[in-house]
Design a protein around this ligand. Structure first.
Ligand SMILES: [Zn+2]
Length: 353
């Protein structure tokens, strides 16, 4: 008995010494490393088949494509963030939406964040946008000129909401805003559109005729200078966790009235608590996300950039533009610059809607 006890004590001492050694080591790579650092460091997507894995706020995706920084009917903002990436269905939907919006009389889309190249938690901002199925669109219409990269970093969007009343600022709200949201809601893939409660209220109070689309317009914090489009899990993504179906009805009822009470706006009781993205390690994400991190890069940025304009195949390249587009910053890829032909098909077909 005594012998066993001594041996146990020796073992315990060894374990204690070992753990002291381990805790003295710097943070090791691997399961304990923060997922936002790992996903935030990839500049290109996982070159495997398109697949969303996990949930909008806890997951990743492979086979991502980027929307070009510029198209005939859109301009991407905040290029330095490199968040123009999404599931091909999301990216082609944005492109189609931008064309339809112009048909409706909107001057073109200013595009905010979609996802990082391989999704996952981000270094800053958003809890969601992790599986390539979320996109932010500005309420500010696209200007009639190309913004410079600097303007795209610094220009601020204009809020539609009076922070005191939490209602829409009448002189900023236009019927074109309502048409834009109606168009976004018209696509079968779109499950939810997040807007500030004041915007939902404005729609509830003013939309005439068909109101069924109001169901998809969901009140949420923020979203006073941009709206957020969320599409459903796409075919070929068995590990994509779908969101609960939105409640039936227009949502112009008690659930909306709650947003105009004090309760949703009370200050956070624990403002210093860390955000989920700041503590998420690879162990908290679906296992398949490790393979997404380790998957090879595509041959170039251009090969995975969706140029829009209905182009399904890409014509012969101007080699200088091709070089810039494949090796350069995302800003180098433009719908107006020829994209090199390298045998990787641009995502096609588009979703039917
Ligand atoms: Zn968003």
């Amino acid at each position: 008995m005594r012998k066993i006890w001594t041996r146990m004590m020796k073992g315990a001492a060894a374990i204690a010494a070992f753990s002291m050694l381990v805790s003295a080591l710097p943070q090791q790579a691997g399961a304990q490393e923060l997922a936002k650092d790992l996903f935030g460091s990839h500049r290109l997507p996982a070159a495997t088949k398109p697949q969303s894995i996990g949930f909008y706020s806890k997951g990743c995706f492979s086979g991502g494509v980027a929307i070009a920084t510029d198209g005939p009917t859109w301009q991407a903002m905040r290029l330095s963030r490199n968040r123009r990436w999404g599931h091909p269905a999301m990216i082609s939907l944005i492109e189609k939406f931008s064309r339809d919006a112009v048909q409706d009389g909107w001057p073109g889309l200013l595009l905010g964040d979609v996802s990082q190249p391989r999704g996952g938690p981000m270094l800053t901002g958003h809890a969601s946008h992790q599986i390539g199925l979320d996109a932010d669109i500005w309420f500010t219409p696209m200007p009639d000129r190309r913004l410079t990269p600097q303007e795209r970093e610094n220009m601020s969007a204009v809020s539609l909401i009076d922070p005191k009343t939490r209602r829409v600022i009448e002189k900023r709200w236009t019927p074109a805003h309502a048409r834009l949201l109606k168009r976004a809601a018209s696509y079968g893939e779109v499950e939810r559109i997040l807007v500030h409660p004041g915007i939902k209220k404005k729609l509830c109070d003013t939309v005439t005729g068909d109101r069924t689309w109001l169901r998809k317009i969901r009140p949420f914090w923020g979203h006073d200078y941009h709206f957020h489009i969320r599409i459903g899990c796409q075919p070929g993504s068995p590990d994509c966790k779908r969101q609960e179906t939105v409640a039936a009805g227009e949502g112009c009822d008690k659930s909306l009235a709650w947003w105009f009470t004090e309760e949703p706006w009370r200050p956070n009781k624990n403002p210093d608590a860390p955000k989920a993205r700041d503590v998420m390690t690879m162990a908290s994400l679906p296992k398949a996300c490790l393979a997404v991190l380790q998957a090879p890069d595509p041959v170039s940025l251009a090969s995975v950039t969706y140029p829009g304009g209905g182009a399904a195949t890409i014509s012969k390249a101007d080699p200088i533009a091709a070089l810039a587009a494949s090796g350069g910053l995302p800003a180098a890829a433009s719908a107006f610059a020829p994209t090199p032909e390298i045998g990787v098909p641009v995502p096609f077909p588009r979703p039917v809607n």
